[in-house]
Design a protein around this ligand. Structure first.
Ligand code: HEC
Length: 139
């Protein structure tokens, strides 16, 4: 082989080597991505056939908010909410209650229910949360 031929061969081999390496690392990436999925919070299947009140019972809301949503020592009543909430904000609240803690309404609740924390329901299907909210805003 002449000198230029040797160089061309070296460059070619390098390219092929790099190409294979890139493919290998890409496969690893895809692999680790799919294994990460296992750790992500999985949204639950919608419980479409249940009514708003059944969902409230099913999700354990009544344990703290009272069997008739009249409130208990563990959580405020859930009636008359439409004065303060609209549909979108209330769904957001259920998904992430912590982000509303700075409003006066919640400073008040903090004093009234010092040891209780309203759980986040971000893992629930949004349609189910929407159904709960539609139900609550009518009360
Ligand atoms: C472990 C008890 C507990 C459970 C379970 C619970 N909550 Fe709460 N919830 C609270 C407390 C306590 C507050 C008052 C805010 C705070 O201190 O975090 C609250 C506040 C709220 C508010 C705001 C009330 C207002 O006057 O603005 C809504 C709406 C609400 N909860 C709905 C729900 C729904 C719907 C569920 C079920 C999906 C639920 N909660 C489950 C304890 C609970």
């Amino acid at each position: 082989m002449t000198k230029p031929q040797i160089w061309v061969t070296i460059v070619l081999v390098l390219f092929i080597g790099l190409f294979m390496l890139a493919r290998l690392t890409k496969e690893e990436q895809v692999h680790s991505d799919s294994s990460m999925m296992g750790n992500m919070p999985v949204t639950e299947e919608p419980l479409g056939e249940l009514s708003g009140m059944q969902l409230l019972s099913n999700f354990g809301c009544l344990n703290c908010h009272g069997s008739q949503l009249e409130g208990s020592s563990m959580g405020p009543k859930l009636t008359g909410l439409a004065e303060f909430w609209n549909r979108d904000r209330l769904i957001n609240y259920l998904r992430n209650p912590g982000s509303f803690m700075n409003s006066d309404r919640f400073k008040e609740y903090k004093k009234k229910y010092p040891n209780m924390i309203m759980p986040a329901y971000g893992n629930k299907d949004v349609k189910d949360l929407g159904k709960i909210v539609d139900y609550l805003l009518e009360l």
